[in-house]
Design a protein around this ligand. Structure first.
Ligand code: PEP
Ligand code: MG
Length: 323
């Protein structure tokens, strides 16, 4: 199998009938970016910026972040890089961002909610990203969005960050696309309006599954209910993709579902533009995509959406699994 997979290194990512899609990588820094680039990934679909903030005594400064982002941008070798702003809270605790003990941290101070409360810290991150954007094509991705107000508040901070850089005479690029993670129930419901005010979507099925099904993604007692094959999750994905297409913006997926060949035909049929997967899955997903022609993927997807339970959907997709 390894030999067969190797053939997919550096190839275009396309279906059996020639539809091309973007296959990018989820990474934590420049090393993984290099690895993904060696497989021929189309850049970085998700740079998790948390690594800079965890295991520290204080938030990283602008220079340290700028250097880290710039290194990743350079490691991508001219391909686009999507940098996700800080996504902590939930299970990722950061001592210097103390919001006290929360009974339900996954429903509490997390990700963009923290950034919008610590605006100065947020602007430092935005400035570092804008500066790194002078070295390649960079997009900003905002995690855990639940409302339009949040994305509007982000734009205000982005403007302000650019203004500060201008005043400081820094080199930066303000031509930066702004996207949101679709990973909460509210974001799915509001996807039409979010699409009108953003440049792209990235569907985060790890959290989307948790928040649509009300199942803690880390609780073994309810693990049996945690499945992105659940019709409620698949319909959420379908709606998010549909709203993006209607608005003419790009839509990708960076959750684990994107790297599961079981879902590949469904995601192709829905019209996902970007699959973003761990470097170790780049070749296997490129192969899985190559094994489907669109009419077959469409037929299977239509059948999958006619079913009402997770079990039925999973059994159907398992039966037709390729790759
Ligand atoms: C997701 O929620 O699907 C995602 C990609 O983000 P994370 O797993 O980092 O929460
Ligand atoms: Mg997430």
């Amino acid at each position: 199998e390894r030999v067969a997979l190797k053939q997919f290194t550096g190839r275009k990512t396309e279906t059996a009938d020639g539809m091309q899609v973007r296959l990018a990588a989820n990474v934590g820094g420049p090393e993984e970016t290099k690895r993904a680039a060696e497989f021929g990934a189309d850049g970085v679909g998700l740079l998790r910026s948390e690594f800079l903030y965890l295991d520290q005594k204080a938030p990283p400064g602008e220079e340290a972040q700028f250097e880290a982002y710039r290194k990743t941008v350079l490691a991508a070798g001219g391909k686009p890089v999507t940098i996700r702003t800080l996504d902590v809270g939930g299970d990722k605790e950061v001592p210097y961002l103390d919001f006290g003990n929360e009974e339900n941290p996954f429903l509490g101070c997390r990700a963009i909610r923290i950034s919008l409360r610590k605006k100065e810290m947020f602007r430092i991150q935005l400035k570092a990203i804008l500066r790194a954007a002078a070295f390649g094509e960079v997009s900003i991705l905002i995690p855990f969005i639940t409302s339009l107000e949040e994305i509007r508040a982000v734009k205000v901070q982005l403007e302000w960050a650019a203004q500060e850089l201008r005043e400081e005479g820094r080199q930066f690029s303000s031509e930066i696309r702004l996207g949101v993670m679709i990973e909460t129930a509210a974001a799915v419901v509001m996807a039409d309006r979010l699409a009108a005010e953003t440049d792209f979507f990235s569907i985060g099925t790890n959290d989307l599954t948790q928040y649509v099904l009300s199942v803690d993604r880390g609780n073994p007692k309810v693990a049996e209910f945690y499945s992105y094959c659940d019709p409620a999750v698949l319909r959420s994905i379908r709606r998010a993709v549909h709203c993006a297409k209607e608005a003419g913006i790009q839509v990708g997926m960076c959750g684990e579902a994107a790297s599961d060949p079981l879902l590949t035909p469904v995601l192709l049929s829905l019209g996902l533009d970007t699959f973003s997967v761990p470097p170790s899955s780049v070749l296997s997903i490129r192969r899985a995509i190559s094994l489907w022609a669109l009419p077959e993927a469409d037929a299977l997807t239509e059948e999958a959406f006619s079913l009402g339970t997770e079990r039925e959907v999973r059994e159907l997709l398992e039966k037709h699994r390729r790759g």
